[in-house]
Write a protein that binds this ligand. Structure first.
Ligand code: HEC
Ligand code: HEC
Ligand code: HEC
Ligand code: HEC
Length: 126
């Protein structure tokens, strides 16, 4: 009897563990998007939470945006979706293709604020 109880407890704890989210943004240190079919560069450095704190970015949808008919919805965020859900390797309509989406977002802000890296090797660190 005791044996079955133990087994049930083990199974239950395994189940609880498997329901934890696979990863969370605090743990992101680099972006290694598997949606790129062939990688030419080392994954870009991006310490998610540390970066956003240092850069003083208040809104999650500065990056995790949602658009409707070409207008960005100010109160909505797509933080539960990878960029590649909407940006594919090929351009489609007004949506930049995946590599451009990353570069426009990351480099675009660094350029306009004159802060943060804009050289290839500063993000794609070997
Ligand atoms: C501000 C940071 C930043 C800079 C600067 C930057 N990139 Fe990227 N780049 C990224 C991010 C983020 C991705 C998505 C990375 C990933 O998932 O591996 C990416 C993806 C790519 C990809 C597609 C994925 C791959 O490995 O094939 C290529 C190619 C690329 N970058 C080339 C360049 C080149 C060339 C330069 C310089 C002209 C450059 N990048 C500068 C951030 C940057
Ligand atoms: C729910 C779908 C969706 C997700 C997820 C998404 N995007 Fe977009 N994105 C769009 C659409 C739609 C447009 C085109 C907007 C327009 O009509 O001009 C766009 C446009 C862009 C643009 C060009 C306009 C601008 O806002 O600067 C960049 C850059 C971009 N996305 C980067 C990203 C990055 C980086 C991520 C992930 C952090 C991401 N997107 C996630 C739907 C999405
Ligand atoms: C400077 C841009 C930027 C800002 C601001 C930002 N994120 Fe992200 N976040 C990213 C990128 C890029 C990824 C990786 C997306 C991908 O893999 O396609 C990501 C991934 C995530 C993930 C997915 C984690 C995973 O491992 O699957 C979550 C959750 C998330 N962000 C939540 C947030 C929240 C909450 C905020 C606001 C407090 C926020 N993000 C602000 C760029 C940003
Ligand atoms: C809305 C503006 C904004 C966006 C979007 C943004 N950055 Fe930055 N980033 C900054 C600022 C500001 C700094 C300088 C922070 C400081 O004062 O040290 C910075 C610094 C960095 C640094 C230097 C190390 C660090 O963490 O301070 C890296 C690497 C970096 N960014 C990568 C990225 C990547 C990769 C993306 C796209 C996924 C991105 N950034 C998107 C504003 C931005």
């Amino acid at each position: 009897m005791k044996k079955y109880l133990m087994l049930a407890l083990i199974l239950l704890s395994l189940l609880a563990f498997s329901m934890l989210p696979a990863a969370s943004q605090e743990e992101i240190e680099v972006l290694d998007d598997q949606a790129f079919s062939k990688k030419q560069r080392p994954p870009a450095v991006f310490k998610h939470d540390e970066h956003n704190e240092k850069a003083e970015i208040e809104e999650c949808n500065e990056c995790h945006h949602v658009y409707e008919n070409g207008v960005k919805l100010e109160d909505e965020s797509s933080e539960d979706q990878p960029c590649s859900d909407c940006h594919s390797e090929k351009e489609s309509g007004d949506q930049p293709r995946l590599v451009r989406a990353f570069h426009l977002n990351c480099k675009g802000c660094h350029q306009s604020l004159k802060k943060g890296p804009i050289m290839c090797g500063e993000c794609h660190v070997r």
